[in-house]
Design a binder for this molecule. Structure first.
Ligand code: CP
Length: 361
């Protein structure tokens, strides 16, 4: 498992850092009750989840898509950072599956009065919850939470560390278009330093057999990554390639993923100017012509149009950005069902939620 404490921190929450650092590292190992990252999932685990999401997509697209599969279960989404796609899709996923979904945001909770993460979790735990979906600016926060709740914890993005459900929906979207990912070239371009999506996507696409190539300014390359003849083996991403420039990365790619410039996490001095960044690393129609015929253009959102991605390609024929969002609901249904359905706890794997009557508690 990648230790989230060693990834590039957001600098947020010194008190929380102490809380987390006080935990034994051993206790941060991932029990299968949770989904914290993709690094300790097998190809079979991931394939099971994607297969399950196929069924969920069909259920979600029905006129009357409500199922009783998770009736009686309580899911709390706890977001300490802003979100549109992830929070809403988890809520929708839980509701389609018949669960009670309660949304907690830091600004509207007692966190704003100084309540610690630990006490917040203990408070929620006292209310008999089944799953906690957590987004937090501090890498490692969801791991910390697993030690203080019986509920399944789902990482909805922690600092710069991981965003596993985003990666699952990215895999699902690509798989639906190209089938087997083995040997496919995936170019990830942009703000790698601050991107939890990049870290989880590199793991995800490499695991499924794709070749992953990264392009970014040197100032947005993580310090701990080694770009030498070891081709990234020091990073834990053996086989990862750094392209000499964005055109080389996009050349013959099957998938081009533009990353958001995360201005809210950046100290000054990473970029000369957004205009120069757009010229040198922005994905535009000319660059997309270098990719393979039928190449997909992806972006995890939210997009800075005109910066990392030109508007015409963001909404053009190669873009699957809205499909990514739609698939996010199905993938999160698969994750919640897998973790929370009666008799399915303590394992990651596929399942059929279509006949909810069979799974009533
Ligand atoms: N991709 C993603 O995490 O988007 P949100 O911040 O809107 O959830």
């Amino acid at each position: 498992m990648t230790n989230p404490m060693t990834t590039h921190g957001s600098g947020a929450g010194i008190e929380l850092a102490h809380e987390i650092a006080a935990e034994e590292v051993e206790t941060m190992l991932v029990p299968r009750q949770h989904l914290l990252d993709l690094d300790d999932l097998s190809v079979a685990d991931i394939t099971d989840l994607l297969d399950s999401a196929e069924g969920m997509l069909e259920i979600a697209s029905r006129d009357n898509h409500k199922t009783p599969a998770l009736r009686g279960k309580t899911i709390i989404t706890m977001f300490f950072e802003n979100s549109t796609r992830t929070r809403v899709s988890f809520e929708q996923a839980g509701k389609i599956l018949g669960a009670d979904v309660i949304n907690v945001t830091a600004s509207a909770s007692s966190v704003s009065k100084g309540e610690s993460l630990l006490n917040t979790v203990k408070t929620l735990q006292a209310m008999s919850i089944d799953a906690l979906v957590v987004r937090h600016p501090h890498s490692g926060a969801p791991y910390f939470i697993t030690n203080h709740t019986d509920a399944s914890v789902v990482n909805a993005g922690d600092g710069t560390h991981a965003h596993p459900t985003q990666s699952l929906l990215d895999l699902f979207t690509v798989r639906n278009h190209v089938g087997d990912l083995v040997g496919k070239k995936v170019a990830i371009v942009g703000d790698v330093l601050y991107s939890r999506v990049a870290r989880s996507d590199i793991i995800a696409f490499q695991k499924m057999g794709a070749e992953v190539v990264v392009s970014c300014p040197n100032t947005l390359l993580p310090d701990e990554w080694q770009w030498d003849s070891t081709l990234g083996s020091e990073t834990g991403f053996a086989g990862l390639r750094l392209a000499a420039n964005v055109d080389e990365a996009v050349d013959s790619a099957d998938v081009v993923m533009a990353l958001r410039i995360q201005q809210e996490r950046q100290d000054s001095g990473h970029l000369p100017s957004l205009r120069e960044y757009s010229d040198r690393w922005g994905i535009n129609s000319k660059r997309m012509e270098l990719a393979n015929d039928g190449a997909l253009l992806m972006h995890p959102g939210p997009m800075n149009e005109g910066v990392e991605i030109a508007s015409d390609v963001a909404h053009g024929f190669q873009s699957v950005v809205e499909e990514q969002v739609r698939n996010g609901v199905a993938v999160r249904m698969a994750v919640l069902y897998t973790l929370c359905a009666p008799g399915k706890s303590a394992r990651i794997g596929g399942g059929d939620a279509s006949n909810g009557e069979e799974t009533k508690s």
